[in-house]
Ligand binder design. Structure first.
Ligand SMILES: *[C@@H]1O[C@H](CO)[C@@H](O)[C@H](O)[C@H]1NC(C)=O
Ligand SMILES: *[C@@H]1O[C@H](CO)[C@@H](O)[C@H](O)[C@H]1NC(C)=O
Ligand SMILES: *[C@@H]1O[C@H](CO)[C@@H](O)[C@H](O)[C@H]1NC(C)=O
Ligand SMILES: *[C@@H]1O[C@H](CO)[C@@H](O)[C@H](O)[C@H]1NC(C)=O
Length: 178
């Protein structure tokens, strides 16, 4: 009788712990500060890829925010063509108030450049890739591009959600040692 009670308790705790870890990992959006301590500046000549290197080290998800800190400069969100040309007549977003926060409000690519003449050419630009949500909406149903045959390279492993595994492991051990 007592052991059945214990089992129920542990099960209950297991559920609570899993739930709280999932909340922690999945629901919080992250604020990133572009360039860390340097902020948004013209990189040094040998470092002209610093922003894209920084961006590729992070995994951005929808609703994460990125903060730009700078002086006498500006932040523009532009199209890929304008990014490549380092020039935009009609940016999708413009800010020059020293401290800009931009919400990555959709999956896909975002192109950032400095609006100050010459800065973008010297590497003050960045592409950010925002990951697709884990369970995308039902748009795949009428996507007939998925009907391609499997003659190509071996299919990739399905991505495994590591936070989920971590949360599972932690909960599991927590229950064991209660
Ligand atoms: C992002 O935020 C908006 C507004 O707060 C919300 O409606 C939307 O569901 C969020 N998207 C995701 C993927 O969290
Ligand atoms: C922000 O920029 C203004 C000029 O546009 C300047 O006067 C102010 O000192 C700047 N603030 C910071 C915190 O750098
Ligand atoms: C997908 O289907 C639409 C019509 O349903 C067709 O016009 C289009 O060519 C198809 N695309 C591919 C890649 O098969
Ligand atoms: C698979 O696709 C290739 C081209 O991508 C095509 O030549 C081949 O006939 C297709 N095979 C089948 C079984 O549809």
């Amino acid at each position: 009788m007592a052991s059945l009670f214990m089992v129920s308790c542990k099960l209950f705790l297991f559920i609570i712990l899993s739930f709280s870890f999932n909340q922690f990992f999945f629901v919080t959006s992250t604020e990133y500060e572009v360039g860390g301590d340097h902020g948004w500046v013209v990189p040094k000549p040998k470092d002209d890829q610093m922003y894209n290197q920084w961006a590729s080290k992070n995994r951005f998800i929808v609703n994460d925010t990125i903060q730009f800190k700078y002086k006498k400069d500006s932040v523009l969100v532009v199209t890929k063509e304008e990014y490549d040309k380092c020039h935009s007549a009609h940016p999708l977003f413009f800010s020059n108030n020293n401290d800009s926060v931009y919400i990555l409000d959709r999956p896909g690519l975002f192109y950032f450049i400095s609006g100050v003449a010459g800065h973008c050419q010297r590497g003050q630009k960045m592409v950010i890739k925002v990951l697709e949500p884990a369970n995308p909406p039902q748009s795949a149903a009428n996507d007939n591009t998925t009907t391609t045959n499997k003659s190509g390279p071996v299919d990739q492993m399905p991505p495994i959600s590591s936070p989920l595994i971590v949360s599972f492991m932690v909960s599991f051990f927590a229950v064991l040692f209660l």
